[in-house]
Design a binder for this molecule. Sequence first.
Ligand code: SAM
Ligand code: SF4
Length: 434
Amino acid sequence: MNEYDSSRIFDLVKTIGFDKTDIKKNADCYILNTCHIRDKAKEKVYHEIGRIKKEFKNTIKPLIIVAGCVAQAESEEMLKREPYIDMVIGPQSYHKINDQILNYFRDNKKINDTEFDVISKFDKLAKIKNNSNKISSYLTIQEGCDKFCHFCVVPYTRGPEFSRPFYQILNEAKELISNGVKEITLLGQNVNAYKFFSDDKKNEYDLADLIMELEKIKNLKRIRFTTSHPKDMNEKLINCYNNSTKLMPFLHLPVQSGSDKILKSMNRKHNIQFYENILKKLKNINPEIEISSDFIIGYPGETDEDFNKTLKLVKKFSFINSYSFIFSPRPGTPASNLKQIDYKIAHQRLKIIQNELFEIQIERNKALEGYELEVLVENKIKDQKKFFGRIPKMTPVIINSSSCNPGEIIKVKIVSSNQNSLFGEHIIAKTKAA
Ligand code: SAM
Ligand code: SF4
């Protein structure tokens, strides 16, 4: 979502004359769009500011703006801890960035704008063209969360669940497609909780409606969505994996733990039986579908037995491309007050689970060697006769080709693989001799 937000922040500041630069020293302004989900992400922001300080030691200081969830959570604290920062602006206030930049230059005073103003944010953004022309682009449809998992800061930093108007999303999708975008990933912290009522309250639209409406747009080739909560995976949405030809057979569905005891303590609102039933229904609808997941390791109270249940779940479902993290206590969340488990033990468990996940990934990728797969070409790799693309199940492919174009779906013969990627040759269809 930060990638989408950063791209929209750029669309905004472009209208008051800013442009992007790759040459760091030339920047008049730095906007650091930040993540607060784990402590490491927060500390990265301060390290980056340290680097900028060094870079500009003997020259005029650039304007430093911190946006995103760290800005939201730390707000005034951040301005005090790092006086080099000129402005903090939260994820629900960034539509006001131009006014705030002008205010800063007029009054020469530090700015803290961390209000929750989600409705006017999307109303304002709807008037600013989305210039993204990446073959695969993100589109935020829902923000915030009402689920309050005990480990998570999102409900505090992004605020309550909010779904954008149905037709506003379709308009932005059409704008992206007219820019050349071929794949859209619908975004939300709880994307499958998307629900929008028409003004007269007669019509209710959900994520499945949105997918089936996007399906009708001719030049759009692929649809994805992320991140989903198991509790909101309803039958109508599951059926889209059968009804839509453009929805890709891949779903990221975070489970967090294989232990019902831990899921309860996390306030996840689902148990393993419930989660497994969803996977079964998905496989029944489309046996091709692949699942990836998120795992939190070393959550307070996690015993060897709980951890082994997570390991068992990983082995049973052979997840692809999963993410696993050591529990990071986030200030203000209920889990931060619980007794933490020994870091060494958590670290050992993380290693074990990652070894298992990586082995599965390696095996799954190896099994694709020799096959001809459809790949959406996203971009040319700089200074090489190679292109980057993805198969429907999301795995990245490095393609040897002298004649393909970004935006095309081509056939690629997979010749080798590693843990993260496939490598293949572009198969050029032979035309019959006249
Ligand atoms: N809404 C999605 C769900 O509930 O399934 C997940 C979105 S959350 C923003 C992304 C991931 O960050 C979570 O699935 C979780 O694994 C991880 N995460 C969130 N808080 C964390 C914490 N305190 N420590 C470690 N990982 C965390
Ligand atoms: Fe965070 Fe997802 Fe739980 Fe919401 S449902 S609190 S975003 S982990």
